[in-house]
Design a protein around this ligand. Structure first.
Ligand code: HEM
Ligand code: HEM
Ligand SMILES: [Fe+2]
Length: 443
């Protein structure tokens, strides 16, 4: 750790990790509901929709806290100065966490806006916006005062600003459902396939620069190419969500053609990362960071690129839309792209924040392989459920509940795999909380 104010990032990371654990517990409950018949008295008090809102909103919250912590860690090193106001960073953390807790309790009492992933009611949205403004002000001022611009920090700030602006489109409620869903996708799609990708590319570039010693201009050249492609394919690709919401027909071919290009920048990112690894000039002190970085890049490509591509053409999506195929892709993409990215940042930064030079990677490695293998298999079991469901509902034309009977077994397997996944998550959380310097030379 070079700067005192980077310490704040540690609290962002710790809280993010705890919320990650809670998110997964909710996921287990959801899979349990698909597998077993839960007594009506429990369903009345704690319906599936409430648990689902908690599962997905916790996901958004912990990942955003991870990104913000990541930015507070990266920006001092890139600008060569302390954070503009560490106090504001604290206030922002408290504001966002309190809002999150109030929202979760509110969900239990039915206080929700109802739109998936953005269920937080409007008064709380305003508080989130205030938190985001404090964050952008703080990070922006640090950069402006330092007057040392790098492509990495510029893109990071750009991505984070884009992310915050998009959130605004999810706040109003439109009486016309088509318009409402139209803007909902501006948040959801343009977040994960636009703004978050920009943040990801900047963070990966930062870590690669620190680990490889490759010259900055070589890395930055790629960063520009990737970012340009991400923006182009990500923005036009929004069309793959307009097929069936009542938008004009031209979205069918427009969305299909352009979203099919989306895996390209993701693939470039994998090739680019591997290339930098090969060209590295420095000795790697904690090679486990590599495993995470490369694992993340590859899983990102599989979950978002391959699984996304598989159902992005309207001819396929007509059958799979809103089925467990979508859930399969949602899990693989979110985990591969953003959960692993956050975990990489945590393993890169937390030891340094604790002043640890070299740590023992055994627990981390077990956690990594347990979570990635279990999640990959869960992607397959959700996927099988989805194909069976699409066939029964959309080809044979039977009802939703009839299809559910055929899915039960696969949801049971998913629940079992989820338990293994959860064990891996607990190992990672424990390891990151109590990480200690390695006692002997670890290669
Ligand atoms: C890291 C990037 C990505 C993440 C995190 C992600 C996540 C998600 C999630 C959570 C959904 C479900 C939304 C809902 O209906 O509730 C979804 C839907 C979808 N995604 Fe992605 N996605 C990513 C990238 C991609 C890419 C690159 C493609 C195409 C090549 C793609 C194609 C689709 C399609 C077609 C749907 C709609 C499925 C349906 O009609 O039900 N996604 N994505
Ligand atoms: C033990 C682990 C987990 C289990 C058993 C689990 C299970 C589930 C279930 C059953 C649903 C509801 C699907 C539906 O509405 O039909 C769901 C939704 C979702 N989960 Fe998980 N989950 C787990 C972990 C995760 C993780 C780690 C992530 C992300 C990194 C994640 C992201 C999501 C997303 C994005 C949705 C919404 C999908 C959509 O709208 O299509 N889950 N999860
Ligand atoms: Fe999308």
């Amino acid at each position: 750790m070079l700067y005192q104010s980077q310490k704040i990032a540690h609290w962002y990371f710790r809280i993010a990790l705890l919320l990650f654990g809670l998110q997964v517990i909710m996921g287990l409950w959801l899979a349990f509901n698909y597998t077993f018949t839960v007594p009506q008295s429990i369903v009345d008090k704690f319906p599936f929709a409430t648990a689902r809102a908690m599962h997905t909103n916790l996901l958004v919250l912990w990942m955003l806290l991870g990104f913000m912590g990541g930015a507070y860690y990266i920006v001092p090193e890139e600008t060569g100065t302390e954070i503009f106001s560490p106090k504001l960073a604290w206030i922002q953390l408290i504001v966002l966490v309190v809002t999150g807790v109030v929202a979760l309790i509110g969900f239990i009492f039915g206080w929700t806006q109802g739109r998936p992933l953005l269920e937080i009611p409007r008064p709380l949205d305003i508080v989130v916006v205030i938190g985001a403004l404090i964050f952008l002000f703080n990070v922006g001022m640090t950069m402006f005062k330092a007057k040392r611009w790098t492509a990495i920090q510029g893109n990071l700030l750009g991505g984070l600003t884009f992310l915050a602006i998009l959130y605004l489109f999810g706040i109003p409620f439109y009486q016309n459902e088509v318009i409402d869903w139209y803007y909902w996708w501006w948040v959801i799609h343009l977040w994960v396939e636009g703004a978050w990708e920009l943040v990801t590319a900047s963070i990966i570039a930062f870590i690669l620069l620190r680990l490889t010693g490759v010259e900055r201009h070589v890395l930055e050249k790629w960063l520009y190419v990737e970012l340009g492609l991400f923006l182009f394919t990500g923005i036009t690709g929004t069309g793959h969500h307009y097929y069936w919401i009542g938008a004009p027909k031209y979205w069918l071919w427009f969305g299909g053609v352009f979203s099919a290009l989306e895996p390209l920048p993701i693939l470039l990112m994998v090739i680019d990362t591997l290339d930098h690894v090969k060209k590295r000039k420095t000795k790697i002190i904690n090679p486990f960071t590599w495993t995470l970085l490369i694992g993340g890049a590859v899983f990102h490509f599989i979950g978002a690129g391959v699984w996304g591509f598989a159902h992005t053409f309207p001819q396929v999506n007509y059958y799979t839309h809103g089925s467990q195929v979508t859930v399969s892709h949602g899990h693989l993409a979110f985990f591969g792209a953003y959960a692993l990215l956050n975990i990489t940042v945590f393993y890169f930064a937390i030891p340094k924040l604790k002043g640890i030079d070299r740590y023992n990677p055994t627990l981390g490695t077990i956690g990594f392989w347990t979570t990635t293998s279990a999640m990959f298999l869960m992607g397959l079991t959700f996927g099988i459920s989805g194909v069976v469901q699409s066939y029964i509902e959309r080809v044979v034309g039977l009802g939703y509940m009839t299809a559910q009977d055929y899915l039960r077994t696969w949801m049971g397997v998913t629940f079992f795999l989820g338990l293994i996944f959860f064990a891996g998550v607990l190992i990672i959380i424990y390891d990151l909380f109590f990480i200690r310097p390695a006692e002997e030379e670890v290669l």
